[in-house]
Design a binder for this molecule. Structure first.
Ligand code: HEC
Length: 182
């Protein structure tokens, strides 16, 4: 083997190395992905930068949000009448109203749950038998079947606070003795 051939071998080894390194670089350039600054799966409600103390302040606010006085202040009668249209498929709300799929709701605020004599309530509603206060009504209307398990009221619920507040005010007005607002 003369020196010329050794040179050729060394040159080809170097060339191969260069090509391999070069391909690596090109691949890096072609497939470069910028890393996002924030993680993509941010969990709502969890402030990533907050300390435990801040979290507890938030929980207090959530409790405040269901304060019945504040809630009812969000409602208005006219809106409540509109929202109640969702209920009229099953309920009347008149002094001389009849039971339909659901019981007549005249004077229901302040009434005991399951108290209409000629209406065939579910066992769950009969057993519940609490007074329909503003608070109870609010909790019930969020998701009736979750609040009174076994109720036969097939209604998903009113998610919006304003809708619940308004319909509660409306129901309270449909009574011979409306309850004073808190
Ligand atoms: C698909 C029919 C249906 C709809 C819609 C419906 N309800 Fe009812 N509701 C019922 C039935 C049935 C009952 C009786 C529940 C039981 O006995 O478990 C009931 C019971 C109630 C009661 C308890 C009454 C009592 O005498 O204790 C209240 C309050 C009530 N509904 C309010 C509402 C309101 C407010 C809406 C509209 C936002 C509504 N419901 C929509 C069927 C319905």
């Amino acid at each position: 083997m003369d020196s010329f051939e050794i040179n050729k071998i060394i040159a080809s080894i170097l060339l191969t190395a260069l090509i391999i390194i070069g391909i690596g670089k090109i691949v890096d350039i072609l497939f470069y992905v910028e890393k996002p600054k924030l993680s993509a799966y941010k969990v709502e409600g969890i402030d990533q930068s907050s300390s435990g103390q801040q979290t507890s302040v938030k929980t207090e606010k959530a409790v405040e949000a269901v304060d019945i006085k504040t809630l009812l202040a969000m409602g208005d009668l006219a809106h409540g009448e509109k929202v109640f249209k969702k209920c009229t498929a099953c309920h009347m709300i008149a002094a001389d109203g009849k039971n339909k799929i659901g019981p007549n709701l005249w004077g229901v605020i302040g009434r005991t749950a399951g108290a209409i004599d000629d209406y065939n309530y579910s066992k769950a509603m009969k057993a519940y038998a609490k007074e329909w206060t503003f608070e109870e009504m609010n909790s019930y209307l969020i998701k009736p079947q979750a609040y009174i398990k076994g109720t036969k009221m097939a209604f998903a619920g009113l998610r919006k606070e304003k809708d619940r507040a308004s319909v509660i005010l409306y129901m309270n007005s449909k009574s011979s003795s409306p309850k004073p607002l808190p």
